[in-house]
Design a protein around this ligand. Structure first.
Ligand SMILES: *[C@@H]1O[C@H](CO)[C@@H](O)[C@H](O)[C@H]1NC(C)=O
Ligand SMILES: *[C@@H]1O[C@H](CO)[C@@H](O)[C@H](O)[C@H]1NC(C)=O
Ligand SMILES: *[C@@H]1O[C@H](CO)[C@@H](O)[C@H](O)[C@H]1NC(C)=O
Ligand SMILES: *[C@@H]1O[C@H](CO)[C@@H](O)[C@H](O)[C@H]1NC(C)=O
Ligand SMILES: *[C@@H]1O[C@H](CO)[C@@H](O)[C@H](O)[C@H]1NC(C)=O
Ligand SMILES: *[C@@H]1O[C@H](CO)[C@@H](O)[C@H](O)[C@H]1NC(C)=O
Ligand SMILES: *[C@@H]1O[C@H](CO)[C@@H](O)[C@H](O)[C@H]1NC(C)=O
Ligand SMILES: *[C@@H]1O[C@H](CO)[C@@H](O)[C@H](O)[C@H]1NC(C)=O
Ligand SMILES: *[C@@H]1O[C@H](CO)[C@@H](O)[C@H](O)[C@H]1NC(C)=O
Length: 442
């Protein structure tokens, strides 16, 4: 019976891993990552309130890229938006009941987007107007915030009569986020600029949105390939990692892209049709090359290649998990920041570009890649080139986990030393046998 219990540990582990990864929005490398949307009521008006809405991206390595966030909710009663500063509702809706002043938006389920940089000052507030682009907390916490002000009418005018908005939705800019209900929290306390006086919001509620890659897309959006100095095999990305090749739906050469872009501008908006034809069909490939072996150190070269002709990846991030990252000694041409999702494991870190140098991964083509080399100090108790140990356990690009090759396809350390030993010992035993036979025969 014991044998039955332990006979299939691997499939069981894989089974539970799948259940866990599909169950919730939980990201093991960033277990506390979320986007929090906080509403602070700053003043009551004759028919409602003025609130400052602040969106903070607490995710360590997942940012909101251009074209930016879209936030939606459903009003609990008959509320309308009289005006907004630092953002706008995408549709006004039916305001025909209003005589005189016409609201900014009368929809039951308003959809709000950020304003673009450079709007007139009277339409701005702090942390607004960035085209909806929000940094990840790990890369730059000072720009991981986006705010706007909303003046709400036909709402309650006291903390007892206000109804919290319902059913929040967030696009960042694509699918993937799920938002909690709004929850009343202790009022935010603000410090005046001179730091000598505290004020507080009249009422505050929070909404928390978390990301789940499975909701974002059916396929991964990146893949990993591998090579090493000790084996000439290059292990490619698994084929069809990000969908399968369909020649009508991908670009087969740089020459074709010229004609496509010139002929059909609408096609370039359909990004799937703007990906270079490859066996993996991923817009992004991360290549991990084990480059050199020193006595006390070893060296890795990382190359991120963009196969998407329609996308410049600004503020890109790359996360790697490898047991030797706690002894990383030098990182060339990328920034590096260790991530410590759990107190006692320091095996995960994020890489991102240097400002104004390689923080933009350019569209596919000659310039569509960024590279770095890492020097890691060997921890002699664990270090080995055997069994693919030198390759990463996980890679994420822009917060999405990349498809990895199957472990038995990693470049193997040639076991020539072993096979020599084996052949010598077989030879020896053969000779012994012959000898013994000879002796016996004598
Ligand atoms: C959201 O993230 C912040 C920062 O990591 C964390 O303090 C907070 O508990 C998170 N909220 C939820 C509901 O997970
Ligand atoms: C409303 O505010 C008052 C005064 O700040 C407070 O005592 C009361 O508990 C609040 N009521 C609710 C429902 O939050
Ligand atoms: C909010 O969403 C839930 C579930 O999706 C739905 O049943 C409910 O009707 C929605 N509420 C409003 C006011 O739209
Ligand atoms: C509400 O959100 C803010 C971030 O905007 C956070 O600092 C605060 O801790 C949150 N409150 C609760 C109770 O989660
Ligand atoms: C442009 O591309 C779109 C999407 O691929 C397609 O529907 C449309 O027919 C194309 N137009 C022309 C003129 O080729
Ligand atoms: C990417 O950026 C370059 C300039 O840095 C620009 O010429 C090009 O049009 C951009 N490509 C896309 C797809 O936005
Ligand atoms: C984690 O590893 C990095 C890289 O060696 C190091 O700089 C950092 O101090 C380590 N942090 C902890 C908490 O061990
Ligand atoms: C590697 O890092 C760990 C933890 O940060 C430390 O305990 C160990 O001594 C380091 N090893 C070497 C060879 O520096
Ligand atoms: C290189 O690695 C591959 C696995 O990717 C393996 O099949 C091959 O035998 C290795 N080459 C040598 C010389 O060991």
């Amino acid at each position: 019976m014991m044998f039955y219990k332990f006979a299939y540990p691997l499939p069981m582990v894989a089974f539970f891993a799948i259940i866990i990864s599909q169950a919730g929005a939980y990201d093991p490398l960033d277990p506390n990552g979320n986007i929090t949307i906080k509403w602070d009521i700053m003043s009551w008006t004759p028919d409602g309130y003025v609130a400052v809405v602040t969106m903070t991206n607490f995710q360590m390595y997942r940012h909101i890229m251009s074209p930016g966030w879209t936030l939606g909710w459903v009003w609990a009663k008959k509320e309308v938006i009289w005006s907004m500063v630092g953002a706008q509702a995408t549709e006004q809706g039916d305001c025909s009941k209003f005589k005189g002043n016409v609201p900014h938006c009368c929809k039951k389920n308003p959809t709000v987007v950020d304003l673009l940089p450079g709007v007139p000052y009277n339409q701005q507030i702090a942390n607004c107007c960035k085209g909806g682009v929000v940094s990840s907390w790990g890369q730059d916490s000072s720009t991981a915030v986006s705010s706007f002000q909303v003046s709400v009418g036909r709402a309650g005018t006291s903390n007892k009569t206000v109804n919290l908005p319902l059913n929040f939705t967030l696009l960042g800019p694509g699918l993937g986020y799920t938002c909690s209900g709004a929850k009343k929290v202790p009022s935010t306390v603000f410090l005046t600029p001179d730091g000598r006086r505290k004020t507080q919001a009249l009422m505050t509620w929070n909404v928390t949105c978390t990301y789940n890659q499975i909701l974002a897309s059916r396929y991964p959006s990146c893949c990993v390939s591998m090579s090493s100095f000790y084996n000439s095999t290059i292990t490619p990305c698994p084929s069809c990692s990000c969908g399968c090749q369909n020649n009508n739906n991908c670009i087969s050469s740089d020459a074709e892209i010229e004609s496509v872009v010139r002929k059909n501008r609408t096609r370039s908006r359909n990004s799937n049709a703007m990906i270079r034809c490859t066996n993996h069909m991923c817009p992004i490939r991360v290549h991990w090359h084990v480059k050199l072996n020193y006595k006390e150190y070893w060296r890795v070269k990382m190359t991120v290649t963009n196969f998407n002709y329609a996308m410049n990846y600004t503020q890109w991030t790359l996360v790697a998990q490898h047991p030797n990252l706690h002894n990383i000694t030098q990182v060339f041409s990328f920034e590096y920041k260790p991530l410590l999702p759990y107190k006692y494991t320091n095996d995960t870190g994020m890489f991102y570009g240097l400002k104004f140098y390689n923080d933009v991964l350019k569209e596919a083509g000659a310039d569509g890649n960024v590279q770095s080399e890492l020097i890691l100090k060997k921890d002699m108790t664990t270090f080995t080139f055997k069994q693919g140990w030198a390759f990463p356990r996980k890679i994420y690009f822009n917060g999405d986990e990349c498809a990895m090759p199957a472990p038995d396809e990693y470049p193997y350390l040639p076991n020539s030393a072993n096979s020599k030993l084996i052949s010598i010992s077989t030879m020896a035993s053969f000779l012994l046998l012959v000898f013994a036979n000879l002796l016996g025969m004598i």
